[in-house]
Write a protein that binds this ligand. Sequence first.
Ligand code: GLU
Length: 374
Amino acid sequence: MSPTAGRTALATAQRVVVKIGTNALTNTTGRFHRPHFERLADELLTLAKTRELVIVSSGAIALGVERLGLAAKPRDIPGKQACAAVGQSRLMRAWEEAMNPRLVAQVLLTHSDVQDRRRYLNARHALERLISDRVIPVINENDTVSVDEIKFGDNDTLAGLVAGLVSADALVILSDVDGLYDADPRTHKNAKLISTVETVTRTMLAAAGGSGSSVGTGGMATKLRAAQKVTELGVRCVIAAGQTPGTLTRVFEGEDEGTLFEPQDGRRHARTAWIAHALKARGTLVVDSGARTALLERKKSLLPSGIREVKGNFSHGDPVDLTDETGEVFARGLAAYGADELRKIAGKKTSQIEAALGYRGLDEAVHRDDLAVL
Ligand code: GLU
């Protein structure tokens, strides 16, 4: 794909994750910079009119430092955690006010939430619902129970995971750097900003080195690693300057802004490949011929009504094989319900799920996005 085509694709990206680093929200002394924040929020509000928007926001620690009246960000991890806990509610209040009249939702995640299949699905389903209700999720790391981002990330890795989690079309990382340079711009006067990166290489990662600032945690290296991960999942990624007015708007107009990392085509289906090959099935769902056709030809999800028989013992989130009535395995997916629950709702209509289980989860037994056709 030509560089311009990649930029144009950003103009039509439907579901976008924007990560806002501490540096994009604070001034040089590390204080929360409200005018800055409000200008960014304005751009995000405009963006959210035509796209599905998910925000990953840092800034809890910076706001906590301010609220606690500390001279500087604590150096020890528990100190940072305490600041994050104090600052998180302020951060959300700021988002709530700035994004008004749109609604925002606080979502606190950790890396292990995304690695655990069950929690992964729970988080995804909740986020999907928020997005379809036109609520804007504002995600931060749950700093009380996880210190990955406080230690090295400034939410860069989390943003990458979230982009994969919601199957975003694009991830934009806003920070205090303009993008990726061909040399360190602090030491090389003639360093040039790279407009498009086809593939993140080892050499680039090695050259990226440490953090450039004292307020945020993640340096170029964590940003590059996040870019590498999401592009391998087929998500387009841009690293750009958060403090320059209009950056975000220009990125989504397809202009040459920051550094664009192209998605890696061959691995676009990494997630389904993972479901198909890396996971061992814990059970089997035998489906009727109507459901088989709907799954294979119309690319639908599997509804409980199409299930004839449930074999094995598995919990919700576990991988299951899908077979037709002759026993031929034609797909594998993650079950949205456990085996016992599926036995109760197999063959039943969506409207009967609640009466059969006493609660209503998803309409689908295996959602299309969690399904790999073999
Ligand atoms: N989760 C942290 C916050 O919101 C990340 C910031 C950092 O690592 O500097 O403040």
